[in-house]
Write a protein that binds this ligand. Sequence first.
Ligand code: TRP
Ligand code: ZN
Length: 938
Amino acid sequence: MTTPTTTTATTTATAPAGAASPQTPPASAPLIRLCDYAPPAFLVDRVDLEIDFAEQGAIVSATLALRRNPQSSDTSAPLLLDGAELETLSLALDGVELPPARHRLTADSLTITDLPDACTLTTRVRIQPDSNTHLSGLYRSADGYFTQCEAQGFRRITWFPDRPDVMARFTVTLHAERERLPVLLANGNPVGSGDEAPAMPGGAARHWARWQDPFPKPSYLFAVVAARLDVLRDEFLTASGRRVQLAIYVEPGKLDQCGHAMAALKQAMRWDEQRFGLECDLDHYMIVAVGDFNMGAMENKGLNIFNTKYVLARPDLATDHDYEGIDRVVAHEYFHNWTGNRVTCRDWFQLSLKEGLTVFRDQEFGADVHQPSVARIREVRTLRAAQFPEDAGPMRHPVRPSAYVEINNFYTATVYEKGAEVVRMIHTLLGEDAFRAGMDLYFARHDGQAVTCEDFVSAMADASNVDLAQFMRWYERAGTPRLVARGQHDPVTQRYTLTLTQLPPAPVAGEAESSTAAAADAPTPLHIPVTLGLLGADGADLPLRLAGEDAGASAPTTRTLSLTATTQKFVFEGITATPAPSLLRNFSAPVRLDLPASDDELALRMAHDSDAFNRWEAGQQLASRLILGAAARLSALPANADESVAAREVAANEWPESFANAAARILDAVIDGTSADPAFAAEALALPSEATLAEEMTVVDPDALFAARMGLRRFLGTRLSERLHTLYDALAPSGSYLPTSADAGRRALRHLCLDLIAAADAEAGCALAARQFAAADNMSDQYAALVLLAHHGGAAAEQALADFHARWRHEALALDKWLLAQATSRRPDTLAVVRRLLAHADFDLRNPNKVYALLRGFGANHVRFHAADGAGYRFLAEQTLALDAINPQVAARLARCFDRWRRFDAGRQAQARAALERLAAHAGLSRDVAEIVSRALG
Ligand code: TRP
Ligand code: ZN
């Protein structure tokens, strides 16, 4: 799962300590290319691993049963093993010490020549998990030792062909002190445990445990845990009647925060049986929560390891958003057991094979257990705020990248979210039944294999008889395509002709015309599913009959067209008056739509489109148009020394009353009960984010954008004041907190009302927020109030922040919220506050969740990060550098805040460039950060 947007942590005293290891200089980092893929010379059938948690580091002994790969073309090729930061103690082949002449050992490789076709290699290494601050491989966190092996962490544990096309059966034995590390876990089934003698006479009592995984797996799915943890147990009876033992392990004392994750797990297990006929294949399914974790969670076979953020929840500690995140991530990792683990990736270029498909599956799960249209709206919001900018910037890459320097940099919105859109388009083109047949065929063909994106698409095509050869281009093409739509109505023939044209993505600023852009000059067309409807003057759907179709048959009102040429015309018959087209219903393809529509037409669709997504979309378009127009006018005003652009105001009379009226109708429908969907209303009234709007500007003026967006909120708050107060009161909590989607929807709308009230009348809004903060019996209400207060500042904000900190100072996840609320505050002094918080005892650069909250939170604070004086840029570059010495993966994610720097004015560009160049010039930069920075500057 992608990185958490907010965040858990250990205290300074318990977090992993120690110096960072020497890093590969960027100059020597090679580009890895998909076209260079070659099968491994050797396969590993079995691995016997012993890990001894000793006084000085951990001793890892590995015995590999090796066999020459019949698929490899070179029958005398040496064995190549990967390693990183391993202290090699001994090497033996078939029980005999390996002579120096037979092997070559470097810092990151072990090459062994002249091997027989089958042999056994035994290696012994020492590693230092206590000083592993990268959180990749085996590392220490507050409660013990944990692993993270995807993508290439297993090589930090032992010598191994650390690539996903080598799948082995693992037996793992762990040895540790019983008191200090009472819980010893690995993948698969427990097959033995017991006491053992102390390391030294009179030393601490020790124990051991052995685990066996019956399924062959790639090394990236390996996991062990040796820690002091509490456990919540449960059981799941599969459809075929097998019992699966479930367990969730957490920091001691936190069992009361595991119930929701357990319920989500069981719900996901049932759902996968019902929707995809996929059962759990294990006797034991364990989830372990850890406070120091680079990403959201990891699908290790039978032993998922999770960021605490996606496990722990209690009404007073977790927001509705957190609860939903837990549902989605628990399901995501569980779904990987089939899409990722049983069928895995041949190489890391195929990452979206498992991630895009699994995100699609967790999205479908979310849609089934919550409201589908609201779920879809949120997915598209994320896609537009994160993936569209990525796809138009220096890190743009196809869903299946063709080259990388550091694979960890490619766990991106494109691979995950756009990858899910690609799978969703296949689903749209095939329909549910054929899609399911395609999934069944995919598993029938490839269970137990490491495969490619072609294998997935072939199974879908073969099971459905739909030709997906052209569709395959979605995996290879970077950038967001543009879809131009023009309609023409002929009253005489009563025909409506819709002309659809696909255009390549707009060229990227600063990108050399010759390289990647060249391919975009005359690209072959994509296969784009365009789901559409046509609205009559009253807003009702018209029957859609294409020219040539049987006039007698009843025509559908929504249908999906396949656009496969650059330009295609679609003629609809029996259309008496000019209709309003509703295109890309449910967002049927990840493209930018260019369809001229008057404000009135958008208002009609906003009120009446039978497709909920497009009702929302029409409102967003109208809002974007207004905000961008106002921002352009503010930008064009002459500079004024006394007044910053961000503080400028848009006069209320510049906003059209029709927009307020449309918003009023949405609120009225909730007030009078005609719409039972407050969650939809909240989405419909939430304006597009600055990051999304900025993509539409030729030169981004963040101050004008901020002022314009605030201006529209103030206008809505003023015009709708009475309704907002009515709803704020009517939606007040009635019973005790439940994280159901119905209740969460009511809270979301209530919080939106409060925001708009405060936008128009800060005093009244803050008074309500302070009351809400004090009265809240749940984190959703409390946190919403805290964020609002932090935006406005003043005594009430200081008080709320102090109260919040005092109450939650022992809850790491709540402290992350406390940091995030301050980092994302729109107040002009936010950078100074963030700098001060860096030195706070509750901040820790070694904890990713803290970094995501405070530093990436600030980087996402559009108007403050992009301050004209460049202070935001200097700050984030400085922090990226400091963090790079500790955790390169997380540092590289932080560096991504710079992605869009070329879209701003010359002054800001100069500041950002200087900050990036200073970073790039730093010797010893990690490969991770070097790749991001060089792409940004390139
Ligand atoms: N496979 C994980 C997921 O999507 C992602 C992941 C977890 C990851 N931890 C990681 C990727 C560390 C790279 C590095 O569920
Ligand atoms: Zn995943």
